[in-house]
Design a protein around this ligand. Sequence first.
Ligand SMILES: Nc1ncnc2c1ncn2[C@@H]1O[C@H](COP(=O)(O)OP(=O)(O)OP(=O)(O)O)[C@@H](O)[C@H]1O
Ligand SMILES: [Mg+2]
Length: 563
Amino acid sequence: MTGLCGLMAEDIKTAQELAQHQKSISISEFFEKNRHLLGYDNKIKVLLIIVKEAVDNALDATEEARILPEVYVKVEELDKEKYKIIVKDNGPGITKAQIPKVFGSLLYGSKFHKLRQNRGQQGIGVSGAVLYSQLTTGEPTEVVSSTGDGKLHRYKLKIDVKKNEAIIIEEDTIPNEGKWKGVQITFVCEGIYREHKQSVLEYLKQTAIANPYAHIIFDSPTGRAEFQRGVEKLPPEPTEIQPHLYGVEIGMFSRMLHDSKARSISTFMQTEFSRVGKQTADEICKKAGVDPVTHPKRVTDEEVVKLVKTIKETKLMRPPTDCLSPLGEDFILNGLKKELAPEYMAAVTRPPSVYRGWPFQVEVGLAYGGSITEPRIMRLANRVPLLYQAGDCAITKSIMGIDWKRYGIDADKLPTGPVAIFVHIFSVWVPFTSESKEAVASYPVIIKELKLAIQEAARKMQLYLNKKFRSVEAAKKKEMFRNYSDELAQSLAALTGKKKADIYKILMELAEEMYISGDLGGEEGEPVIDKSTDKKPKAKKKPVGEGGAEGEEMEEESEGSEE
Ligand SMILES: Nc1ncnc2c1ncn2[C@@H]1O[C@H](COP(=O)(O)OP(=O)(O)OP(=O)(O)O)[C@@H](O)[C@H]1O
Ligand SMILES: [Mg+2]
């Protein structure tokens, strides 16, 4: 017998039969199948990702503990396409009980629930590296840590992908002879080591520029590279903030209401979100038709929808922006100078701005000439270099949106001259386009801030380049004038009967007057630094674009992304 669409009756499956195949999937199983979502999609890139995840964590941990970072990285070839990666730091360490959780479970970490400017956000980075290692070589990851209590805790572990928890292969605790405190991780994984523009070496070099207070040693299969500290102090510590009402969505709002200890919906909004006063909270409730004294747990689903809709239509105070920690002009210039030895440098830090209720800020460094012989674009988010997916990134789009020729730089969409462009965006929540955290999403306000910062730095550089090229031109003309002066002096002497030496002297003085080569500034052997138009970020400045500054009212921005 045939049924619907001509199918045989025995082909038709019942919901009961289908139900036998329906079961939950653990997060580890999901990423085991989808490791490309974490960036593990080619053998050359994976070594970079593993080093990056561990080094980013090392820098986050040392900075949070206010310790000047000392990071050691080793990549050693064990066999064809098989490598051992060691990353060691001098941070606070991880307690014994936490080691199996941190390294053996995906989505386990200390940063996801904090609105704080950190490199890590998701709680997936280092456990993802453990998962990739065991997937490709079957080997466990070794973690050694000391918290300074005189003991060294050592674990060899793998991830039980079904349970998303650690399988402990070996575990011991021994006395810590030295004073070392921190974490050392050893991965054994499949990969290919290369030294090109998207390599471990390049990542560490850019990390050294963006974190000039870190001392990094890298033992690679081709030898040692050492990145010395350029400054002996950490940048200011970022503070944690509360979420902003503009960032909230229906589901999140409902969950927060359910978990809240507040006694009324009005106090809930005042205490769990940043910058909401009683007047604003009551006004939102009134406009949404909800009694401000309603207990959070009694707010109905319909009321939640109305409240969230009203929030989007209400003018709210911007979130506080002192939660952001810029590198600042001096650190950027220090990093560029020590790693790139340029002829000229300029840096710009924009005032803080806001996207979807999250504060963010942009800073740019430009370096020209010297040891820089080709264009170099450095994209950074929360001090982490982004080396892949450049085409999808708001930073690349902004750089491509600049008319570089106007600023004296040869360009074909992107600059082609000897210029290094360092662009850093930092936020309590960087909007990455995917879990692999390789590209920044193109919110219009982000693109606008990026462009303004790049243009401001480019204007500074343009002044220098104009002066430089005028100077080179003048020197060439002077040289040419001098080359003819001897002959000219001889002819004039024959015509006038005056002494050739006197005429020659006059001609030389004339050349000096006519072609002034100009002083480009800077000390001998040192890069020229343009501080002429220095502007320190002003928190209370008039808003630029949708972003605007702290303490001012803002309207919810449009969701559209800029192409
Ligand atoms: N070297 C370290 N020193 C101290 N704590 C660490 C170190 N490495 C990791 N941790 C802890 O382990 C947690 C998990 O690290 P993991 O890299 O998986 O996630 P994350 O850094 O929070 O976020 P992301 O997935 O974005 O990297 C961190 O949040 C941190 O608390
Ligand atoms: Mg991490």
